[in-house]
Design a binder for this molecule. Sequence first.
Ligand SMILES: Nc1ncnc2c1ncn2[C@@H]1O[C@H](COP(=O)(O)OP(=O)(O)OP(=O)(O)O)[C@@H](O)[C@H]1O
Ligand SMILES: [Mg+2]
Length: 309
Amino acid sequence: MSSDHASLDMGKAYMLAAAHLIAESKISMVKITSPQYWTNHHEYANFSRHSFSNKFMNHTLKIQNLHAEIDGQKIIKGFDLTIKSGEIHVIMGPNGSGKSTLCKIVMGHPSYEITEGQILFDDKEISDLEPNERANLGIFLGFQHPFEIPGVTLGNFLRQAHNANQKATNKEFTPASPVKFMQDVKAELENLKMEASFAARFVNENFSGGEKKRAEIAQMNILKPNTILLDEIDSGLDIDALKVVAEGINKNFQENNPAILIITHYQRILNYIVPHHVHIMHDGKIVKSGDHKLATTLEETGYEQYITN
Ligand SMILES: Nc1ncnc2c1ncn2[C@@H]1O[C@H](COP(=O)(O)OP(=O)(O)OP(=O)(O)O)[C@@H](O)[C@H]1O
Ligand SMILES: [Mg+2]
């Protein structure tokens, strides 16, 4: 992992992100988390938006005995989890237990050092891959705090991302017409009850908290990753927006059969999305796993019994 990335200031981060996106056209998706920038590149084999379904391709993300730290501070301490296509997992856990850190490490955030363990995608170690290479495999992270990318419109961002995705796996790929693609983006925005004008706005700039979360789901539904991590996608959403976002996730799950990991503090999103597995994370590892009922129990009892055992 390059320390150059970690030392970038935000101005440079943005310039690099925009340059990658617009000039080089080789990055499908740029996510920025201050002070680092990430490039995040999604790809799927030979598909068009309407005909492709990865239903028939099964993928597995296996995290084994993961230990990781930052600046000598241990944060992930023996984390184990396997998620497969067609499964919805939920992680709940107290503040500071390492949930967001885990997501960033899976995506290849350059600041964290893995000291032990493995991250396997389809039985292949991915810890040495750059974020864009991981995204090339179809891994997607919806951020807890989505970053603004001034100067890059959401529509252009998604089109560059989509085209780069396609090109990465299919050299014969011919980019969709910008007009047609924009129609698809607007249709997706409409599904998420967002005005079409969001496509012409800079990514996340001056979006409300809830709009940023919906924009993450729009990206997910346009790019159709096979392995989806959603870090507190429900936080900051009003009651109606929560339903819209949950419907967006369910639609993606039904159409594309991805593996989904939802990180949340609240049972309420699980009124709309029924997970196959619920895990409790504490102090860098999973301390308890169960079915969807575990989330309800947790809401009633709190974490105490799980984190003192
Ligand atoms: N860059 C960093 N430097 C120092 N400590 C860090 C850094 N990044 C994360 N941490 C620490 O690691 C721990 C885990 O943070 P993380 O954001 O992963 O928690 P979380 O489980 O996502 O919490 P929340 O539910 O509040 O979102 C926290 O104690 C946090 O302060
Ligand atoms: Mg977090």
